[in-house]
Ligand binder design. Structure first.
Ligand code: ZN
Length: 153
């Protein structure tokens, strides 16, 4: 193992632990435009996701949940990334994250994912991919509901 690889992995690991211990955008929104919750029975992870969207832009997005560090850190990184972004861009970022988990994302596009790029190593552990994907799947579900105007909270 080269020292370069080790230090990058360590950096990513630190970022994941930091988001897990000090989650960003944490808690429920009292007046969300859209809400979704998902479970990952394989690991026992739970994510509840709250979006407030105005004029096709994410004004606020928060999560609450419980589970392993990867699932919770991923949600924190994702919400931090989505705040202030247009809904269309959020939708693209959800696809990008899925591509990263499949190992199909061009290196140059990783930067779009912000801190969430630190989860790229998870793709090596098949059982944990679902943990990392959970909040992003909840986001996809929320956006789909929003599109169909099914968002009655
Ligand atoms: Zn998990």
């Amino acid at each position: 193992m080269s020292s370069d690889t080790t230090s990058l992995d360590e950096l990513y690991q630190e970022l994941i632990v930091d988001h897990f211990k000090n989650p960003r955008c944490h808690g429920a929104l009292s007046d969300p435009t859209c809400f979704a919750s998902l479970l990952n029975p394989l690991c026992g992870d739970e994510i509840e996701l709250f979006f407030r969207v105005k004029e096709d832009r994410v004004q606020e997005v928060t999560f609450q949940g419980k589970g392993c560090s990867i699932s919770q850190a991923s949600a924190s990184m994702m919400c931090q990334l989505f705040v202030g972004k247009p809904v269309a861009e959020v939708s693209t970022l959800v696809s990008r994250f899925a591509e990263m988990m499949k190992g199909e994302i061009p290196q140059g596009d990783l930067v779009q994912l912000g801190d969430a790029a630190s989860l790229q190593g998870v793709k090596r552990f098949t059982a944990r991919i679902r943990c990392a994907m959970l909040s992003w799947e909840a986001a996809k579900l929320s956006l789909k509901k929003l599109e169909r105007e099914e968002c009655t909270v």
